[in-house]
Design a protein around this ligand. Structure first.
Ligand code: ADE
Length: 256
């Protein structure tokens, strides 16, 4: 069964491409896809670029042309939930598009035609991914830089599981992230993290009936410092997380 591993940026995919056996690069619709075998599993790696439309196009191509039978997104996100700190990892339970608003025709955030705002991830695939994230963090805790990837004094990185929200906006002020948290929280949507692609891929996977899971490493707190923290983290830390967690995931999948 071919697993698609999808990221927005090359740094979010780490050196997975270099670990690929029998790699075959293919170009389509301005995107590059790599087919091969990774840790014993048939995979296709893809970079979507940034934003929901780019991610949805890439996910559709993965399903239609590249034979993907399940999809995993690996990348970074801004932390929103209490206790979700830079260097932590969030595995999605479900996704919501925070910039979807067809009110008053539909309830705010509801996906027209789907009768709901939240798109769930596949429970089994997400559990395997969460276990891989925890195992990676436990192993990395012995290494000083992984324990405090930003150089901040503090606690060891943690893995969380819950709601991730996506929208076509880099959230870079405390006012904006506070307003998002408050509005969503009042409607019972406690978001742990914000990014720009996951909900689109979740919707495409839902439409095709494909299992989907996503892991996001927290690169910033979606606050006034986000524009400084994000590039630093993406360049220096994100790729190591991707390598370690995806390796663990594929090992876990080979046992099932
Ligand atoms: N990805 C990483 N950090 C983000 C942020 N603050 N807003 C949106 N997407 C992000």
């Amino acid at each position: 069964m071919t697993t698609a591993i999808l990221s927005a940026l090359p740094e979010e995919q780490g050196s997975l491409m270099h670990a690929l056996h029998g790699a075959q690069a293919l170009e389509h619709a301005g995107r590059r896809f790599w087919r091969g075998e990774l840790y014993g599993q048939p995979v296709v790696l893809a970079l979507s670029g940034i934003g929901k439309v780019a991610a949805a196009t890439t996910a559709t191509l993965l399903a239609e042309r590249f034979g993907a039978r399940r999809m995993v997104f690996t990348g970074v996100a801004g932390g929103l939930g209490d206790g979700v700190q830079v260097g932590d990892v969030v595995v999605a339970r479900d996704f919501l598009q925070h910039d979807m608003d067809a009110s008053p025709i539909f309830a705010r955030w509801e996906l027209p035609g789907y009768g709901r705002a939240r798109m769930p991830c596949d429970a089994d695939l997400s559990t395997t991914l969460f276990e891989a994230a925890n195992a990676y963090l436990a192993g990395a805790a012995g290494q000083s830089d992984a324990m405090n990837p930003t150089g901040n004094a503090g606690r060891a990185a943690r893995a969380h599981q819950g709601l991730i929200i996506s929208g076509d906006r880099f959230v870079s002020t405390s006012a904006e992230s506070g307003a998002l948290r408050q509005a969503l929280g009042m409607a019972g949507h406690e978001a742990l993290a914000v990014e720009m692609e996951g909900a689109a891929v979740a919707q495409v996977c839902h439409d095709y009936g494909l299992p989907f899971a996503a892991v996001r490493t927290i690169s910033d707190r979606a606050d006034d410092a986000a524009h400084v923290d994000f590039p630093h983290f993406v360049t220096h830390v994100a790729s190591r997380y991707a390598d370690g967690i995806v390796h663990g995931l594929l090992q876990g999948l080979s046992k099932t």
